[in-house]
Design a protein around this ligand. Sequence first.
Ligand code: MTE
Ligand code: CO
Length: 416
Amino acid sequence: MDDTPEKRPTRRGLLTAAGAVLATPALAGNPKNLPPNLPEWTRALGDGVAVRAYGQPSKHEAHVIRRDVQWLTASRESSVSFTPLHELDGIITPSGLCFERHHGGIAEIDPADYRLIVHGLVEKDLIFTLADLKRFPRVNRIHFLECAANSGMEWRGAQLNGCQYTHGMVHCVEYTGVPLRVLLNEAGVRPSAKWLLAEGADSAAMTRSVPLAKALDDCLVAYRMNGEMLRPEQGYPARLVVPGWEGNMWVKWLRRLKLGDEPWFAREETSKYTDLMESGKARQFTFVMDAKSVITSPSPQAPLKAKGFTVISGLAWSGRGKIARVDVSLDGGKNWREAKLDGLVLDKAVTRFYAETEWTGQELLLQSRAIDEAGYVQPSKAELRKIRGVNSIYHNNGIQTWHVKADGEVENVEVS
Ligand code: MTE
Ligand code: CO
């Protein structure tokens, strides 16, 4: 693997050139609040405790929000909002910023009326209340959830200008829940059972078939995310967690689990969530989300504001396990250097990477390439299209290119 020939970045230049820690142009600011004056917030008492009973971000961060693309869908009830990846760091997505994908709007479930039915090829049918679920042994797991349609608009070329829109159908949170195997064992799985049907209680009654081996392996019935109860948008009070597999299978507002000896061929696994190939045939049951990555900053919504020392930052994830390595290219894939993986590198979770550089105002073609512990290497878009054609919507994990221009503005492009 080649390293780029440019010289390694140095932060000293910044310090000496600007006489301040960062040479980034400061926001205009009110001179009354700037040194040597005492700012207004120092001269008066602030809000007391519990005035803000449930904490909210600073009002100055009001632009850090989920966004949707209204022309993408006919209604907001069957639609998607996107995670503002370009505004985040680390690996945990704040609960209120997790992208939402609903096919029939948000079901508002009264926990007193919540029931989870287990039936089909089991020794005894069971109905659990939420309190029942909470009494079982529980585990905590950090996992990414990626919609199979993430990057789905990009099959025929660069289209949406911002990683929020091209890659924002992914989030990564800590779930608390009961291993699905514990609940299934409670009901007693009959030997002929091979598949599990999961059904949601929303108006779309989302249904998906999950192979029993996966259900018994690492799936959870989760009721908490990031420590607190699931948000209504994310399936309150309980959802299925299917680590590493396409988001559509993570049934929210989980109502029913049925064991059977074959898949159910529900709408969401026949007409939708199949991959139309060049031949006109469609691939079905492509459950695993292959390794993927994206540079979140700089990116079209996060342009470069200053020359000099620059941290390139992004996320990588794989449905096959841990991320082993991420490479970054500044020249559209001609030369690659290894990025630093920072923080926790977890199984089927997003991993944060950084690559430091000295930006002198030169144009860049930024790319990142994820390699997972199974040895799978994220393909270029050309490699992906050779096998998949351009008729697909789902499972687009091709390498993303951002064109950084001389003025620091960034655009979604493709390199041939
Ligand atoms: N479950 C139900 N009941 N209804 C839905 O519309 N959407 C699915 C899945 N589970 C859906 C559902 C899809 S396509 C995805 S990508 C994920 O939920 C999105 O989960 P999120 O909204 O928590 O991001
Ligand atoms: Co989805």
